[in-house]
Every structure is written in C-alpha cells, then in structure tokens.
Design a protein around this ligand. Structure first.
Ligand SMILES: [Zn+2]
Length: 351
C-alpha cells in the first residue's frame, strides 16, 4: 500500500509537472496570440477611419462613383463624356447706367465715363441714326470699356463676330465677363461685349441725279439741269434751339421749333428727293448742290418742292413737323460732303 501510495504520489507528481508544463506552453502560446492581436490592433482603427471617411464627408462622391464606373465601362466605345456634357457659363455683365440730364451731349457723357462716344451707340443700338432718343430722362447702358454689346444670334461664332467687327478673336475671349472658355460656346439671347468694336450705323442714300433726270424726262418735264450751289450754307430755319448735335450716332443737328415753320434751302441746288422716307426721316427733302454737297431736311410736315426742281439759297422748300422717328416738332438737318455725313455746324457759322 505504502509503495502503491508512494507510486501514486510519484505519478501525481508527474501529472502535476505535465499539467504545469502544459500551462506554460499554453501561456506562452496565448502570449504570442495576444501579441499578434496587439500587432493587428493599430491597423483596425485605420480601416475604421477609412470607412468613417467614406460614410461621412465623401458620401455623394462615393455614391456617384459607384454609379459612374459601370456606365463608363458600358459606353467605352462612345466619345468621352466631357465634350458631350460641356455646359459653359453664360456671360455675366454688370453694367452701369446713366440717365440723360438736360444739356447732356453724347461726347460729354462719354467723357464722364472715360469711353468714346461711339461706345454709347455700342451699348445702346436704339440711339442709331434718326431715333433721336438721346433725350433727357432716357437711361443709357454704359459699357465699361470701348466696344459693342453684341446680341448673340443663332449660328454666330467667335470667328464670325470678330470678322463682323474687324477685331481679334482673342480680345473677345480675354474680356472676362463674357465667360468664354474652350470650346467657346455662344448662347443666343445673350450678349457678349466685343472690345474695340464700333457699331455700324445705317446710312440711307438718296437716288442719284441721273435717275432723277430720267424720271423727270419720263414725266415730260424735260431734263433737269444740275445747278451748282454757292458753296456756302445758311441755317434752314430761324430757330437755334438745338436739341441734339452731330455725333457718330447722329449724323446731323436737331433744332426744335413749332410745327409748320418755314424751312429754306441752305444753298442753291437740285431736289433729288422729296417725300416719305421709311428709314426714320419721315417727310424728307434732299437737295444736291452740284459741288459734292447735299443737304437733308427731315421730319417735315409739309413739302413744297418735287424731285428734279431747282431751288435757290433761301427759297422756302417745306415746313417743319414731327414725322418719322421724332418725339417732338423739330428739324433734322444734315450736310453730306461727297456722300459723307459731316457736322453742319462747320458750315452754317457755328452752332
Ligand atoms: Zn436728328
């Protein structure tokens, strides 16, 4: 028994040693495992932080990327999506305006804003020719630099616009508020500023003397002789109440006076036009002076001459009125030298 007991105790000792050894081994392995776990530990927060980033700030981008990727693969053979979906910015202008005050002149207004008088027409096409709209109370668009505000038409290109105004394409692109960026799409019903451009004004030309002679001939009144004027001019009316002077947008002088006042020929010549003019002059008389000069008398209420008729300096040829593009009784008086509109004030002794 004693020996058996001692034997059991000896076995128990072995078992205890074996268990202890096992525990040591397990503990060692657990230590490795825990070390491995600790090595992995720092990488977990990194993974979590990426997930956090996606789920928070970049949510829309991540969502669209998820949609876009298969689409791009599906349409791999069609052109890249960027040109198809190009949407440029439309022009964003912010112009000053100016309300015309009593006594203002186009040149005076232009000087005030440091622009050319032609630019008043560049920003305000309604000022052209005989519209006579440069009046007290009218509000004008003041372009910030010299040029023309162009209404974009369907089919317009930068090249066509540059050619139309005779300016470099680059100057149109360089004007920042035009918002032009490659591929330079233009939008009808918008306006782009064309720097350095000058708006054309329509110039109506009366029929030539030859055609007047032919017409007179057919009417049986014989060939109208072309008489040569004196070369000096008088005022066609007695009033000196000037309401608009000569400038690029207005090729003559306007003198306000009551309707029905006598209008006289400024010099001797041949009437080349006497009747209604559809381009804003209303009832109009044109006298050709046979020396390169022509005089125009517009907005008349009465005409007392006929084409082909000779008139002498100071003869009454009609009466003042308010016809055509006219906003009050006045005469519009023009002098053309070899077809070019010139300032009548230079010829009638100052204005
Ligand atoms: Zn006028």
């Amino acid at each position: 028994m004693h020996e058996q007991k001692g034997g059991w105790q000896r076995y128990a000792g072995y078992i205890t040693l074996a268990l202890m050894g096992g525990l040591i081994v397990l503990g060692w392995r657990a230590g490795i495992a825990s070390n491995v776990a600790q090595v992995d530990e720092p990488s977990r927060p990194a993974a979590v932080s990426v997930a956090d980033t996606r789920s928070s700030s970049d949510e829309p981008a991540a969502a669209s990327a998820a949609v876009d990727i298969p689409v791009i693969e599906d349409i791999a053979f069609v052109p890249a999506p960027i040109p198809q979906t190009f949407v440029g910015r439309k022009p964003e202008h912010n112009f000053q305006t100016y309300t015309v005050e009593r006594g203002d002149t186009p040149n005076g207004i232009a000087d005030q804003f440091g622009i050319q008088a032609t630019t008043l027409l560049g920003g305000n096409p309604q000022l052209s020719q005989e519209s006579s709209l440069l009046q007290t109370g009218v509000t004008l668009v003041i372009l910030p630099i010299d040029g023309v505000l162009h209404d974009v038409q369907p089919g317009d290109t930068l090249d066509s616009i540059a050619e139309q105004y005779g300016v470099p394409v680059q100057s149109i692109i360089d004007y920042t508020p035009n918002n032009l960026e490659f591929p330079y799409r233009l939008y009808p019903e918008t306006q782009i500023l064309v720097p350095g451009a000058v708006r054309d004004v329509f110039v109506w030309t009366p029929p030539s003397l030859e055609s007047v002679r032919g017409r007179s001939s057919r009417e049986g009144s014989g060939v109208t002789p072309v008489i040569v004027g004196t070369g000096t001019f008088i005022y066609p009316v007695n009033s000196r109440n000037f309401t608009q002077y000569f400038w690029y947008g207005h090729p003559g002088i306007d003198i306000a006076l009551g309707e029905g006042t006598a209008v006289v020929a400024a010099d001797t010549g041949t009437v080349t036009f006497a009747g209604w003019n559809i381009y804003g002059y209303g009832n109009l008389i044109v006298v050709n002076h046979g020396n390169g000069y022509e005089t125009f008398y517009a907005h008349l209420s009465g005409i007392s001459v006929v084409p082909g008729q000779i008139v002498y300096k100071g003869n009454v040829i009609g009466s003042t009125g308010n016809t055509g593009n006219s906003s009050g009784p006045h005469i519009h008086f023009e002098i053309r030298a070899n077809g070019v509109q010139d300032n009548p004030c230079f010829y009638v002794g100052g204005c």
